[in-house]
Every structure is written in C-alpha cells, then in structure tokens.
Design a protein around this ligand. Structure first.
Ligand SMILES: C=C(O[C@@H]1C=C(C(=O)O)C=C[C@H]1O)C(=O)O
Length: 454
C-alpha cells in the first residue's frame, strides 16, 4: 500500500525544530450535542456536520498567501512545518495529530489573503471516537494529557455571550443593487446565448449591520443544528454552512458532493411531495446543467484515481431553505511516480474553481465574473476546510456564508448558475433563498421576496 505523502517527513520524537503536538482519546462528549458544546467562543475554528468534526481554538502558526500559486505555496509551507514537527498521536485517524484549518480566495487575482492556521487546541469527533489535540511551538512545554486539558479548559472558561436581536439590526445592499444584479444576469444570459460559454455563476452580496457585536459562536451553533446535512465552517471570520463538498480525502479515498440545480422551498406547494423531484430531477434543463458540473469534476479528478463511482442519476438533497440536485462521487486515489498519494490540498488545487461556482469553460466564465459581478468575492466560493499531517482533509466550497468584517458588520454572499433561459428575477429570488441560512442565524428577519432589505 502506498504511504500518505506528508507523514514520511515527520521527524522522530525529540527531534522537533518547530511545532509539537499531542493527541489523545477523550470519552466524555454528550452524544446528543456532540461538538456543539465546545462552540462557545466567537474565535472558534469549526468544521462540523451532524455533531461530528473539529472545533479548534487559538493559533500556533499561520501562513498567508495570494496569487495563482496559493495552493502550491500553502502546501509547501505545510510540508515544511511537518518536516520540523514532533507529533505524538495516540489515535492516528483522519483529523487527529497536527492539523491546519484553511480558507482560500476564490480568485487567483484576489488581494484577499488565503490562509492556513494551525490552532492551539482541537477537539475532534468522528465515528464514535473523540479526541483532544494540543499544539505548541514551545520546545520546553510539557506535552501531557493534563497540559492539553488545561489549555482547553482555559479557552472554554471564557465563553462568549449570546446576542438578542437589536432594534438597530438591519440588512442593507452590498456592492450591486438588486436591479444591477438583474442587469448583470441578463448580460450573462446574452453571453451564454452568444455561445461564448454554457454556464456562468454570478454572485452578489448583502450586508448585515448589527446593533451590537455579532455572536459568532451562537450563529455557528444555530447553523449546525438547522443545517445538519451541511458542513458548518468557521475560519478566521469566514463563517457559514455549506452543502457542497469540493473534496474529502480519507486515507486513499476521495469523495465529493456536486450540486447544481436549486429550488426554493419557501413557495413550494403544500401536499405535493413529488414537487422537488418533478421540478429538479424531472427537468432536462436542470439535469443538463447538473451533468456539466459532474463531468467537469470527474474529468479533473480522473488522473489521480484508479477507480471512480457515482450514482447514475442525481438525487434531490433537501435542506431547510432549498432543494438541490446533488451527486456524490467516490474515487480511489493512486500514488504518483514518487509513490505519493495526492493530498487533499493537491486535489483542491486541481479542482478549484468548479463549474458549480465559476462556470464552463472556466477561463471564459472567470473573465466574465470579473467583468459583470463588480464584487470582490474574497473567500466566498473558495475552498474552506482542514488538512492533517497525512494529507487527509475536508475542503468544502465556502457557500451560504459570510465574512465578519467588523464586530457589527457582516457581509453575506450568494450566487446562481446562469444558463441559457435563466430569468433575472428568478435568479435574484434564488440568491435570497441562499442568503436565508445566514440571515436567520444572525437573528435578522428573513426577507420574503426579492425586496428583502430592512
Ligand atoms: C453559488 C452558489 O451555489 C451554487 C449554485 C447552485 C445553482 O446555481 O443551482 C447550486 C449550488 C451551488 O453549487 C451559492 O450558494 O452562492
């Protein structure tokens, strides 16, 4: 069997030149609430789904980067950190041992800094196992269960207060007004009709102005409880709950969840359980758009794999706000000529940006996004997730999320796939359905239609 590509570089205990970590099993997590009991501070880094995943606090190391080679450089940095690290991992499961959380800018030209952050403490929970990791760069620090528990307890001793909605809370427009967004969509449709591209994803932003400081921990708990089939992420002020898995690597297996095709649940007819199936899975247009997204993922993933499977037909994913047409892809990874299996970050580099968030063909869509959107996407629609020392990791696409810009200003982002026949009014309404998870979790009253500002 091939070895994961990064662990081989980890030095023996006592040889550390940098990061040092200890991970041990822990057994006292409430099975009903799982990790949510630990999401108590506004500076938590999270990756949570169905009560499992990772919650982390503090920062032991950070790498920031911009530009087209941001994934390669982040990976090189991670390799060099691991090469100098001392890792005592009593579990040896994906996500245990040394890990870094990460968030990457959508665009290679973005001034927004992509980042990897190695936390101080991590609580992990997966498949019935729970663990605690403690990370330090202090060569003298004692690495024991007691010192790890003490570090965690110090973070948990300062929980953030919850926030009650404030009369001054208000949702306002972002860079583009609603009318401007509709014009951008109409423009996009014309480019599709002219045959320049088959799909283009156009996004917009809205801004939550709060009467008091945002309670990020509370927002994350609400998202994780309501959107339990999504991955609730928080990395350095980027927060949200994404339904879309760009790539997950667990030992030699890679998995992705591709979405394309959206139906708002808000105005769905009552007593018609077949409605989402009929409208999404029964529509040739939606199936075609979905197939474009699947094909682009499988074509890019194929060179890294020995086998790949996905359902022959997409399924309807039901979320509290929308239904999506979804497909899960599973692939067995192969080692390259150096005997290395690609890391999750190497696959992120190959896959980003997918047709789901950019369009097809990628370069034409990317140029049109810059021309029509007038928006700095920053980390929106970029990869967000974590990587461990073995290269395992989970990287979602940062959708249904927001950036906490100041304690009282939060910028929300949402976009839609534009194809031939897309209607600007319908796409605008779809953006509101995609803003809804964050609007509700922030405690703002959700907008009912296309004029949702308060
Ligand atoms: C771009 C977003 O979502 C993407 C676009 C979709 C669509 O157009 O149907 C569906 C899911 C996502 O791939 C977003 O949520 O901002």
């Amino acid at each position: 069997m091939s070895t994961p590509s990064l662990t081989a570089l980890t030095p023996a205990p006592g040889q550390s030149r940098g990061l040092r970590s200890i991970t041990m099993a822990r057994g006292d997590m409430d099975p009903r609430t799982g990790l949510l009991d630990y999401v108590v501070r506004n500076d938590a880094h999270t990756w949570i789904r169905r009560g499992g995943g990772l919650v982390a606090y503090g920062e032991t190391a950070r790498f920031t980067v911009t530009g087209p080679d941001r994934f390669t450089r982040a990976q090189e940095w991670w390799r060099s950190e691991l090469a100098g690290a001392e890792v005592e991992d009593h579990l040896g499961v994906p996500g245990s041992g040394l890990i870094a959380f990460g968030s990457f800018a959508f665009s290679k030209t973005s001034p927004h800094e992509s980042r990897l952050i190695v936390p101080r403490v991590v609580i992990g929970c997966s498949e019935g196992r729970t663990w605690l990791t403690y990370i330090t760069d202090d060569a003298e620090a004692e690495l024991t269960a007691e010192s790890a528990e003490a570090a965690l307890a110090a973070y948990l001793a300062e929980p953030a207060p919850d926030r009650v909605p404030d009369a001054a809370d208000r949702l306002g427009p972002g860079v583009l007004s609603e009318d401007q967004y509709k014009l951008a969509v109409a423009d996009g449709v014309q480019h599709v009709q002219a045959g320049e591209l088959s799909k283009l994803v156009l996004a917009r932003d809205v801004v939550a102005h709060l009467g008091g400081p945002v309670a990020t921990a509370q927002v994350l708990r609400e998202l994780a409880v309501r959107y339990e089939d999504c991955w609730t992420y928080a990395v350095d002020g980027l927060i949200g709950s994404t339904p879309e898995m760009l790539i997950k690597v667990e030992n030699n297996t890679a998995r992705a969840r591709v979405l394309a095709g959206t139906l708002d649940r808000k105005n769905a007819p009552q007593g018609d359980p077949d409605y989402p199936n009929r409208v999404l899975a029964g529509s040739d247009k939606q199936l075609h758009e979905h197939q474009i997204a699947i094909d682009s993922l499988t074509e890019t993933l194929q060179p890294f794999t020995s086998s790949m499977t996905s359902h022959s037909e997409p399924f309807v994913l039901q979320l509290p706000n929308v239904w999506h047409l979804a497909s899960d892809v599973t692939a067995e990874l192969v080692a390259d000529e150096r005997g290395e299996v690609p890391t999750s970050l190497a696959l992120v580099q190959a896959l980003h940006p997918t047709a789901a968030v950019c369009g097809t063909p990628t370069t034409v869509a990317g140029a049109l996004i810059r021309q029509l959107e007038h928006l700095q996407r920053g980390p929106y629609a970029g990869p967000v997730g974590w990587i461990d020392a073995g290269g395992n990791g989970e990287w979602g696409i940062a959708l249904r999320g927001a950036v906490v810009e100041t304690p009282t200003r939060v910028r929300l982002y949402a976009g839609c796939g534009i194809v031939e026949g897309s209607q600007p009014e319908a796409e605008l309404a779809e953006t509101w359905s995609k803003f809804r998870p964050m609007i509700e979790a922030l405690g703002l009253t959700g907008p009912s239609g296309s004029s949702g500002y308060q």
